[in-house]
Design a protein around this ligand. Sequence first.
Ligand SMILES: CC(C)(COP(=O)(O)OP(=O)(O)OC[C@H]1O[C@@H](n2cnc3c(N)ncnc32)[C@H](O)[C@@H]1OP(=O)(O)O)[C@@H](O)C(=O)NCCC(=O)NCCS
Length: 186
Amino acid sequence: MKKDSELAKQAVLRLATIDDADAIRKVHYDAFAESEQQLVAKLATDLLDVETNKGSLTIVAEHKNQIFAHVALSPVSIEGREGWQGYILAPLGVLPEYQKSGLGSELIEKGLSILKETKAEIVFVYGDPKYYGRFGFNTEDAEKFSAPFDLEYPFGWQAMPLTQTENEKQPVKITCVPALMNPELW
Ligand SMILES: CC(C)(COP(=O)(O)OP(=O)(O)OC[C@H]1O[C@@H](n2cnc3c(N)ncnc32)[C@H](O)[C@@H]1OP(=O)(O)O)[C@@H](O)C(=O)NCCC(=O)NCCS
């Protein structure tokens, strides 16, 4: 375990390309439970297709040609609100033997810093608040927005504003890129 965490510390972060598809698929297939692994691995590789999922950002952690971890951040939109820029972080996965070495945190921080430079206003995530809360994601800011589909775990719907956000009078619905518009993911 010690050896693996040392290797993880040497990993460098870089933007992913379509050539990384097999390695990214393996990261999520191995990281997630059996009930989710197929679905999440497919989502991760679908998001590499930037033609159909325009504007998506994918980052991998790599060392000596091995990919240990991956995150994707893809744009979300609100009908009738041109120019509004939001993103959703999904999926995030770290190979089991390299978990708890800081790679997940590094990928999140890197993704958020890139988005801050692009003037993104808010980032959403649907996951464990105990993990994502430490980065500033919270359920209160997410309440002003509804996810594209009914949520199996509503407590997991979180957001983090990157700039001053408008105070919505009632929740506005967001739309994601095609890869995420699958009710099974929510
Ligand atoms: C969740 C995950 C991405 C975290 O990445 P990681 O590199 O292992 O985590 P980090 O090293 O950045 O952070 C480790 C810390 O997060 C905590 N943590 C990890 N997974 C957690 C979870 N699901 N819930 C709460 N805390 C979690 C660890 O206990 C550790 O806490 P500590 O710093 O107090 O010791 C990774 O464990 C993973 O791939 N898990 C399986 C897939 C998954 O659940 N992905 C997220 C879907 S929303």
